[in-house]
Design a protein. Structure first.
Length: 245
């Protein structure tokens, strides 16, 4: 989103007339970017100026202190969150905070689609929130994510890394002559699962030579081993590709 929203961008918006935009201002997946306060203010003013609704994804927001964009533009933001990232993947408990004038339509839409939390997830989620367990787990995950980020940046020092140091993921730019799919395949043969940049590309555009690193799941010792293996592959270049590939 440009800082200066000029006539060209305004004409595009008028011509296409989107009903809403999807945003992930905190710990963006896959790039890990978190918008600065000034950028948030610019974006909030733009939403209000265009009278445009934003669907704000805050599933990673618990890992940082950045307030939701809805705090600046409450009538133009619909915030979605989930306990599956905050507590555990099996706790499929989602929540939505919407402007008052949209709530009836939103509830009707959810009901017509059959969307509802399972009774167990709802009960467990409410209890964990009420007794403070959810907050304690979130604080522990914050510490864990930062520890894993430090490890990744240490093991991959000297390579092109992008991401918020509080996130559970990193964007790794690949040096020449590596390409995303080849690097993913080579890492897979060594037991390391990566996500290629093409998985995040919209349309038929060129995917950059990059991969997404997910840092959350492996035990710390396994994670370090995998990161050091990736560093060796990056340093060796395509000479590391097996002759059978």
């Amino acid at each position: 989103m440009p800082k200066a929203f000029g006539p060209t961008q305004l004409s595009r918006h008028t011509a296409r007339r989107p009903s809403a935009v999807y945003l992930q201002p905190a710990l963006h997946n896959p790039l890990g970017v978190t918008l600065t306060p000034a950028r948030r203010e610019d974006l909030a003013r733009l939403l209000m100026r265009l009278d445009l609704m934003a669907i704000e994804d805050m599933v990673y927001g618990f890992l940082c202190d950045a307030p939701p964009l809805a705090a600046l533009a409450p009538r133009h933001c619909l915030v979605i969150d989930s306990l599956s990232k905050r507590i555990a993947p099996g706790l499929a408990f989602g929540c939505v905070h919407a402007p008052v004038d949209l709530r009836e339509r939103l509830v009707a839409s959810l009901r017509s689609g059959g969307w509802a939390a399972q009774a167990y997830a709802l009960e467990a989620g409410e209890r964990l929130i009420r007794d403070g367990t959810a907050d304690r787990i979130a604080r522990m995950k914050r510490e864990d994510a930062q520890r894993r980020q430090c490890m990744a940046r240490e093991c991959l020092a000297g390579f092109c890394l992008q991401g918020d140091p509080r996130a559970y993921h990193l964007w790794l730019g690949l040096p020449e002559p590596w390409r995303s799919e080849a690097f993913v395949a080579t890492a897979a043969r060594r037991g390391i699962a990566l996500t290629p940049s093409s998985a995040f590309t919209i349309g038929q555009g060129h995917a950059p030579s990059a991969v997404r690193l997910a840092l959350a799941s492996p035990p710390l010792a396994r994670l370090r081993e995998a990161l050091l293996t990736l560093a060796r592959l990056l340093g060796a270049g395509t000479e590391a590709i097996d002759v059978t590939e």
